[in-house]
Design a protein around this ligand. Sequence first.
Ligand code: NAD
Length: 478
Amino acid sequence: MSHKPLNEPSFRESVDLMFNRAVKLLDLSPGLEEKIRVCNATYTVRFGVRLRGKIHTFTGYRAVHSEHMEPVKGGIRFATSVNQDEVEALAALMTYKCALVETPFGGSKGGLCVDPREWDAHEMEQITRRFAYELIKRDLINPSQNVPAPDMGTSEREMAWIADQYNRMHTTDINAKACVTGKPLNAGGIAGRTEATGRGVQFALREFFRHSEDVARTGLEGKLDGKRVIVQGLGNVGYHAAKFLSEEDGCKVVAVIERDGAVMRPQGLDVEAVRQHIMETGGVKGCPNADYTELGNSVLEHECDILIPAALEGVINLSNAHSVRAPLIVEAANGPVTAGADDILRQKGTVIIPDMYANAGGVTVSYFEWVKNLSHIRFGRMQRRQEEARHQLIVDELERLDRYLGDAWSMSPGFKEKYLKGADELELVRSGLDDTMRIAYQSMREPWHTREDVSDLRTAAYMVSIDRVAQSYRAKGL
Ligand code: NAD
């Protein structure tokens, strides 16, 4: 069972330990090391909202880890467990993540101590708008300085409220929509943002499986097809990752772990049905065609090929790392493996695709959304029909050839339709995301393969990121 032991470092200390491990392998001055590691500022706010006849006080945070590039970027989390240590750890991860996938942002993160399930939609709107007001007032939400996005407990609904709140307070700002990403499509969002983080997890795994030497380090063989996957947390990230991997790559989702326990099925669960059951009942208990256990965390230790923690941090820690049997862990959540557990798993030879890479799909598509908002035009609007017209020219020629050659040759079935269709925004977003995930993997893999003192992908990822942040500081003359 994964009860976090008392001698386990905090989340922020865990991130620092991982940072220190990597930075030792780089040749930076100690002053610059320290500058990159520390969190620049954390704002704490307590505000009251009158709800159900009385005033309730809420505590929120916005941490800015690094402003080597602006705006800074990072989600806003709604959960009762939110605290300063957590937002600072998450803000630091954002800095490294943005550097790794080359999105031009510094790192930030926000959080509000609230259980969104305790309040109805109207009440949540009042709470969210009030929190946003406090942050906007201090430019901690601002298109050119600090741009939040969804995280645990928040979704496009909250982002739409935040965008509207900013708009009310900056009525003449032509770029107001770019103050937050992850908005609904009809409020300035971008196609494919909701699925982006889960889609990124899929692209990360596909890229990993393209490199047979990397797969060999896990002891696994072959392609993604048929691999047994366990997912913890069937929320935005976990659901999309599980859905795409099972529907498009032939993976079998053999267990889903949620707050109230876990459901299992060795032949593979119907991800859509499990999700539907969670939406209807609030948990996985009673899900049809599956075995249930209330000891959810024990399922992290079950045999499988790929373990995808996609809920919260610290779930694989000193108490259970020894028992985790998966040879490959993909950190869809932020910080699911503590620094202590990371040491144990590394020694066991478990391969971990680290959070700062694995879940970077969200910030990547957020970047596309921000660019779309600033350019005030949907991706593909200018080129799509022109591209189709040029393709039509080739298809006309091929049709002429087809007529000329008679039975001797014809176009493959479906070719014409596929070739003629110009890319819409969703296809462009997916293509940009795929490209980003492939390139980032290759940059992270390089030190893993070329340096003897780098034994894991996390250290390699930190090295690439820290080096890029350092270059950016050096370019500024620091
Ligand atoms: P979400 O709120 O949509 O989903 C979280 C899921 O985890 C829910 O289904 C919840 O019931 C479940 N859960 C919560 N506590 C649990 C527990 N103790 N055991 C098992 N399940 C539990 O959140 P999300 O947006 O999917 O985020 C999940 C993780 O991914 C977080 O670590 C977040 O920081 C990270 N992340 C999210 C995004 C994004 O775009 N949303 C981007 C990058 C990283």
